[in-house]
Design a protein around this ligand. Structure first.
Ligand code: MF3
Ligand code: CO
Length: 310
């Protein structure tokens, strides 16, 4: 979830789901929709989670574990999000106002019969976020922000198709970018994929967090603390909140069927950020130095991960 101070996620929603599982007979149809009996489907899976919970780990509730049918629908939404970013990748250039990026998002989203998730989300006024140079995230597309030679820009797209959510972002280097800025962009992307490598079923979210963190700090950069990734798919922002200052073996247990984003905001200078108090959205580095971000959407599978959106 990315808006500062709006992590209204319900961390204590254990009640209803646990009750549902407790009531589930071993011969009942499994909660995952497979049509199989619970005992032959997710009973052992639930036992394994329950045991880890008793050992003190943070564990996922069923409402963030996607069924195969839901995953198929989420993948359709991802295809639209990828197509939008692919089109932007083709068109983005020196002299383009960032409002033209918003125009592309609006057009392709409409053609696909989808909805741009950012528009009106908690009052956000555009269909995409375009964050240039020292802007960390939530940059407003504008006819007055003209991309110039040497800029680095993050374009963050999120789509709703048939009620299912996708979310990813990419960095673009405009014209001839300073090698130092290019290195920030490259290291940020590498950090995301280091995080992906550390993401495993029955591992922990902190395995991913530490991998991202270490790659960035080993390269002399810092990672924003207050804003992170999130579960996604059935809602725009679901549990868990995904930070990058976590430690290996800590944070939420990862199980097959979970989907979340890896989207670190990596700063060339200090970690500190501020929000533009004129609009309460646009986030900048406090020291005015560059910030980069890439975002992928990851499904945890039985034997590893699948990147659904990038
Ligand atoms: N895509 C951003 C994220 O990763 C969304 C920012 S909130 C919005 O969560 F309102 F700008 F969409
Ligand atoms: Co996101």
């Amino acid at each position: 979830m990315s808006k500062l101070g709006q992590r209204a996620l319900n961390a204590n929603n254990a009640g209803p789901v646990e009750q549902r599982v407790a009531k589930m007979g071993r011969n009942d149809a499994c909660w995952c929709g497979s049509g199989k009996k619970y005992k032959a489907c997710h009973a052992a899976f639930d036992d394994r989670i329950r045991k880890l919970k008793l050992e003190g780990h943070i564990v996922p509730e069923h409402d963030i574990i996607k069924t195969p049918a839901q995953i198929e629908k989420i993948k359709e939404s991802c295809k639209v999000n990828i197509a939008i970013l692919d089109e932007i990748e083709k068109k983005i250039c020196v002299g383009m106002p960032t409002s033209a990026i918003d125009d592309i998002v609006v057009r392709i989203t409409k053609e696909a019969g989808a909805i741009a998730a950012p528009l009106d989300y908690e009052g956000y006024p555009y269909s995409v976020c375009t964050s240039v140079n020292s802007q960390v995230c939530h940059g407003f597309p504008s006819p007055d922000v003209i991309l110039k030679d040497g800029d680095i820009v993050n374009v963050d797209c999120s789509t709703i198709l048939d009620g299912y959510f996708s979310d990813s972002s990419r960095m673009f280097c405009i014209g001839n970018v300073d090698p130092e800025a290019k290195r920030l962009v490259d290291v940020t992307r590498e950090a995301v994929y280091e995080g992906l490598k550390a993401t495993k079923p029955w591992g922990y979210l902190g395995d991913m967090g530490q991998a991202v963190h270490d790659h960035c700090y080993d390269n002399g950069y810092t990672v924003v603390r207050e804003i992170g990734g999130h579960g996604v798919g059935l809602e725009f922002h679901e549990e868990p909140w995904v930070g990058y200052h976590s430690k290996r073996g800590e944070e939420m247990l990862l199980v097959p069927g979970m989907i979340f984003t890896i989207e670190p905001m990596v700063n060339m200078g200090k970690e500190d950020i501020y929000i533009d108090d004129k609009n309460n959205w646009e986030v900048y580095t406090k020291d005015g130095k560059l910030s980069a971000q890439w975002e992928i959407m990851v499904l945890v599978t039985e034997d590893g991960t699948e990147v659904l959106c990038w």
